[in-house]
Design a protein around this ligand. Structure first.
Ligand code: GRG
Length: 311
């Protein structure tokens, strides 16, 4: 698949700027229909958690997959903004003392450091709920069945059998429960944990374009496969960065996984094998995208970006 040099980066930058604008509008001070008030401190913390320079890779996945089916950009951006709200909530809660206990996120104090724990918990709750508020809006799609499908898919990706479930498995593997006994996981166990914790939201980003575009079953299946592969690659790259990256570039503490004895594929396979796995996943991503031909070149490039990212 061929793509003019720099296309992926420029599309990512454009989606990031549009998402920032849209989230700023959505999180304005004025209450919308059905709301009584938007308390200042809560709104401030929700804005702090979302409008702070994330890569916006998930909204990019929605925009790029939606563009395969000529979906309007505004609709894709709204779904991307909803997904980003869930992602940002998960980061706020993941940083809390009861979870990863981090002081730094995206190069800034974490939400509970900037505000306080109660405010950070409520900001996360507010963002999670807000995601579904966005998806339920008429502007997302005129057909309520499409909106319902998006709501269901995001709920499944974010919840019990997705990200939240994956986080629970992660904490158990770390030895947080059961008197500190670590639940040792084999390669398959680690892969399942990561597909849930990290992969499920990325996968939603990829299939969302197919839902919005009312794509055919084989096209949805191809996006689902691609999303699964990108999720795996994203997590291996993240684990490698934790081992090899530095905190200044990452904007968060490095080296925490080994310190916490986290279940990662890098820990199970070793660095060299993990790197080889990452490389082969990039090839698998290209294969998954074959049904779309050159129109999916930017998604293939995105898989390479995930594998090679430095932050
Ligand atoms: C607390 C319910 C709950 C879930 C936590 C997000 C998460 C699940 C754990 C975070 C641990 C972690 C670092 C996972 C690796 C994948 C990941 C979410 C990385 C951060 O995503 P990026 O790189 O971040 O897209 P930006 O800042 O660019 O948005």
């Amino acid at each position: 698949m061929n793509l003019p040099a720099g296309s992926f980066q420029s599309q990512l930058t454009a989606v990031a700027a549009d998402t920032e604008r849209l989230l700023t509008e959505l999180l304005a001070a004025k209450p919308v229909d059905g709301e009584l008030a938007r308390p200042n401190r809560l709104l401030d913390a929700m804005r702090y958690a979302t409008l702070n320079g994330g890569k916006r890779f998930r909204p990019f996945l929605v925009a790029a997959s939606a563009s395969l089916f000529d979906v309007s950009r505004q609709r894709a951006l709204l779904v991307g903004a909803a997904l980003e709200c869930v992602h940002c909530y998960s980061l706020v809660h993941d940083d809390l003392p009861a979870m990863d206990d981090d002081d730094l996120r995206r190069g800034q104090p974490t939400a509970h450091k900037k505000y306080d724990e109660a405010t950070a918990i409520l900001a996360g709750d507010g963002l999670l709920t807000f995601a579904f508020d966005i998806l339920a809006r008429d502007e997302v799609h005129p057909d309520p069945a499409v909106r319902g499908e998006l709501v269901l898919a995001l709920a499944r990706g974010a919840g019990l059998g997705g990200m939240v479930g994956g986080q629970m498995l992660d904490l158990a593997a770390e030895g947080r429960f059961d008197n500190g006994r670590r639940q040792s996981l084999n390669e398959q166990g680690v892969a399942t944990l990561q597909a849930m914790k990290t992969g499920a939201l990325l996968r939603f980003g990829c299939i969302a374009g197919g839902i919005l575009g009312q794509a055919r079953a084989y096209e949805r299946a191809a996006l689902d496969r691609y999303g699964d592969i990108v999720g795996k690659a994203f997590q291996i790259a993240d684990d490698l960065l934790d081992v090899e990256g530095d905190s200044a570039t990452l904007g968060k503490a490095a080296g925490k996984d080994a310190e916490a004895g986290k279940a990662t594929l890098v820990a199970v396979l070793g660095i060299e094998k993990a790197k080889a796995r990452l490389k082969s996943l990039v090839g698998e991503a290209e294969t998954a995208l074959k049904p779309f031909g050159n129109r999916a070149a930017v998604l293939a490039e995105a898989a390479r970006f995930v594998a090679e990212r430095k932050a």
